[in-house]
Design a binder for this molecule. Structure first.
Ligand SMILES: [Fe+2]
Length: 299
């Protein structure tokens, strides 16, 4: 005769079901609390999270929005990559374009895809004279009469005359100047060539935006700290480290962290060595980025 199996899995009492439900509910609540704590930690340590841009110009309100319009690193897949860099800084209804990438076509395409209205540009800052930074400026020629272009001293006179001939107001920068409330151009440093960086002076620290860092990324960051007597919050742009020896790249990355930079976004000519090293050794300070990256800053 077969024995009746009283331990059958189907033989669960209603009381057991109730206890199981309570356990599952407790686990779900604990997981939700952990996710919430992680989000709070991220936002308190790193500031506002990065978001993907869509029709953002004119909608920034009190925030400053940084949008990478051109870069050779892929980030947002609908955007075109190109060797060079262009970064839009949006404050309220005003837009500053820092460098313009190598071609007007790429700049126009990516601006349209990200919702950036190039006609709202009133200021263009050219970090230095190389084609991968100035080649896209003709995308703005239709609005040249209302745009001031800041170039570092030592910039070729021939190009300045071309720009003036198109109607741009060209200003040659010799020393650190404020070009908009809490937005500065750091005095040009020599690479060669002469190169200038853009500085946003925020309540969380300095946002330092670089083109190619021919004078050296550390020299630029140290000069910004000295000039503003403030810690750097974000460093973003080209660091000119492609082809640099690994040891040198690692020392520069270590030094940026020692200088208390909160978030480091190596773009353009920074190379993969520093990106990999920061991602592995300092993931909390590494900012993954490329064309289409959007950073929101509360002022
Ligand atoms: Fe470059």
């Amino acid at each position: 005769m077969l024995k009746k199996n009283t331990n059958n899995a189907c033989n669960i009492r209603y009381g057991d079901i109730g206890k199981l439900s309570i356990k599952i509910a407790i686990i779900i609540i604990l997981l939700a609390i952990m996710v919430l704590l992680f989000i709070i930690y991220e936002s308190s340590v790193l500031g506002s999270p990065d978001t993907v841009g869509e029709n953002i110009v004119g909608k920034s309100g009190n925030k400053t929005i940084i949008i990478v319009l051109v870069d050779n690193n892929k980030y947002e897949h609908e955007l075109e990559t190109a060797w060079g860099i262009s970064i839009c800084i949006e404050k309220g209804s005003k837009a500053i374009l820092f460098d313009t990438g190598p071609s007007p076509e790429v700049l126009i395409h990516n601006s349209m895809k990200t919702g950036v209205n190039l006609s709202s540009t009133s200021i263009v800052v050219l970090s230095h004279e190389h084609g991968d930074h100035i080649g896209g400026i003709s995308a703005l020629d239709s609005y040249a009469h209302k745009i001031t272009v800041y170039v570092p001293h030592g910039f070729p006179i021939r190009i300045i005359e071309q720009l003036r001939g198109k109607g741009y107001n060209v200003v040659i920068v010799n020393n650190t100047i404020e070009i908009m409330k809490n937005v500065y151009i750091l005095k040009p440093l020599y690479g060669p060539p002469w190169e200038q960086a853009l500085i946003l002076n925020t309540s969380k620290g300095l946002v330092i935006i670089t083109g190619c860092s021919h004078p050296g990324i550390l020299n630029i960051v140290v000069e910004a700290i000295r000039e503003f007597n403030k810690t750097p919050y974000i460093v973003i742009g080209g660091f000119h480290l492609i082809g640099s020896p690994l040891q040198q790249v690692e020392e520069i990355a270590d030094q940026l962290v020692r200088l208390r930079v909160h978030k480091i976004y190596p773009l353009h000519c920074s190379g993969n060595r520093i990106r990999r090293y920061l991602a592995e050794k300092y993931p909390q300070y590494y900012g993954d980025g490329g064309v289409g990256l959007v950073i929101e800053l509360s002022n």
